[in-house]
Design a protein around this ligand. Structure first.
Ligand code: GLU
Length: 509
């Protein structure tokens, strides 16, 4: 196969917001396509009318836009293999289901839900489980047990019916998976799955296989939860006499604590999002948090997800999308699930935040400043951001790290005052005010040298003086290097703050 033939797809069902496991599946497909010069297709699998949720498809599209995952073909990009929404492809599925009936691989089943429930409860009474399989189909009401005339008559009458796949009896089904290797099952453990429902819609299995074939999908890369469907899919390909794509089933993203798939409940319980964007349930109005709204940088979110299941073979962790596409291989996707680590997600965001352009961050911070009643020049904001961003994990935290640059302290942190404003502080700060008044250059290193020499000569406690000064300038014991702060504030403002603080705090008796 030449590289140009690599065609992969992400095929979500619009049943609600997209879990980060789904985003990771799409990401791996995207990286695989990029690495191999192939195409990525977005197909919407919306054949289950009962599970359709309004707004979910748009949510999926918006999520990928934010994540920076671009599709070459599909519901948004168009292409030669459309339509890319299964509800618009009904005819293909009926036609293919009928093909299978004709070739003896499928059959009409007329059992009503009531009849099947009855059989099921009879089985349960004998403590057995009912499966619609090779044995049972010989006893039930379907085109295998009815004569051709009877079947035709029922179809003509419009009796509700489904089309079921006729699982071969006692056959070895061999499945090859790029991550898990070879897996074998005996067909007798499988049931005759419905391919076509009485509502005129195909089931996931039929539609998925038909579309993957018609859309010339070369590799099916999807979540591990679809592994149990693989024997059926392999048998369907064989029944149609189609060449199978290569399969890769990705391991689950696990809870941070304990085992099992990461769920929304874990996110609610431990305080982190499990969806890329915020989602409002159209029925209940309940709002689920999103990585975007929680302040994550999209590339940081992608980088974190990429490493949740894949590794580059060494200890590098920071990768741009292009670097990921360069390095990504299915062989380096692990077999076992990866635990989602919320603190690692924050760490990734921090790494991207400190690399982010200060002007870009200033654009985000200016409206926050304004909503706090402060008008700031962009240049000054960028300069200050450069000094404090090292201490923030999210852009929204930056304001708390730098508000004091723009707002003179109105209050003084009571705990800090109790601990750091000592009997001598008032006089020492008055003395220091004179020292600062006489300094001409307020460059950080220079002020630092003058002030520290003065402290040493006077044999004052370094910590005591510096903490008291910080309290007057910042109002609390927070912020970056104090002489950097003073350098930005300038002499006038520094002295004003000292005066104001001295007046407010006075001499401690
Ligand atoms: N529609 C399925 C889903 O929602 C797609 C599974 C597959 O990729 O085959 O996950």
């Amino acid at each position: 196969m030449s590289n140009n033939d690599v065609r992969v797809r992400f095929a979500p069902s619009p049943t609600g917001p997209l879990h980060i496991g789904g985003v990771r599946t799409a990401l791996y497909n995207y990286l695989f396509a990029k690495k191999n010069g192939g195409k990525l297709i977005l197909r919407i699998e919306d054949t289950d009318q009962n599970r359709f949720v309004p707004g979910a498809e748009q949510y999926i599209i918006d999520s990928f836009k934010w994540c920076g995952i671009e599709f070459d073909e599909g519901v948004t990009a168009g292409g030669d293999y459309g339509p890319y929404k299964q509800s618009e492809r009904k005819n293909y599925y009926r036609e293919h289901a009928i093909k299978l009936i004709k070739s003896g691989h499928a059959y009409y089943a007329f059992d009503t839900p009531e009849e099947l429930n009855k059989v099921r409860s009879d089985y349960e009474a004998e403590k057995r489980t009912f499966i619609y399989n090779a044995d049972e189909r010989k006893r039930l009401k379907n085109s295998l047990t009815l004569t051709d005339e009877e079947t035709k008559a029922l179809l003509l009458k419009g009796d509700p019916h489904v089309i079921r796949f006729k699982i071969p009896e006692n056959e070895k089904v061999i499945m090859d998976d790029l991550i898990r290797g070879r897996v074998e099952v005996n067909s007798s453990v499988l049931d005759d799955k419905i391919l076509f429902k009485s509502d005129g819609m195909p089931t996931y299995h039929l539609a998925n296989i038909v579309d993957d074939h018609l859309m010339k999908i070369s590799h099916v890369i999807r979540g591990e939860e679809w592994l149990p469907s693989l024997p059926l899919h392999v048998l369907l390909y064989d029944a149609f006499k189609w060449e199978k794509p290569k399969f890769a089933h990705l391991p689950l993203i696990l809870k941070p604590d304990g085992n099992g798939k990461l769920s929304k409940r874990d996110g609610d319980r431990l305080g982190f999002p499990v969806f890329p964007l915020q989602w409002t349930d159209p029925k209940t109005g309940s709002v689920s948090s999103g990585f975007r709204e929680d302040g994550y940088i999209a590339q940081a979110f992608m980088n974190m997800l990429a490493l949740l299941g894949w590794n580059p073979g060494d200890d590098r962790e920071i990768f741009s999308m292009d670097e990921l596409a360069e390095e990504f291989t299915i062989e380096r996707v692990g077999k076992s699930g990866s635990k989602f680590d919320p603190s690692k997600a924050i760490w990734f965001n921090h790494q991207y935040l400190i690399k982010e352009n200060n002007n870009k961050l200033a654009d985000m911070l200016l409206p926050i400043a304004e909503s706090n009643g402060v008008l700031v020049e962009k240049d000054k904001m960028s300069k200050v951001i450069g000094i404090v961003k090292e201490r923030a994990n999210f852009a929204k935290d930056i304001w708390n790290q730098l508000d004091f640059f723009f707002v003179r302290p109105q209050e003084f942190d009571a705990k800090a005052v109790k601990k750091r404003w000592k009997h001598d502080s008032y006089d020492q700060m008055n003395e220091l005010k004179d020292i600062l008044y006489n300094i001409n250059s307020f460059k950080s290193e220079h002020t630092e040298e003058v002030v520290k020499t003065w402290i040493e000569n006077k044999e004052y406690g370094m910590g005591m003086v510096m903490n008291a000064l910080r309290l007057l300038i910042v109002g609390a014991l927070k912020g970056p290097h104090l002489f950097d702060i003073i350098a930005i504030l300038g002499k006038d403002e520094t002295l004003k703050r000292m005066d104001q603080g001295l007046n407010k705090l006075g001499r401690k008796e």
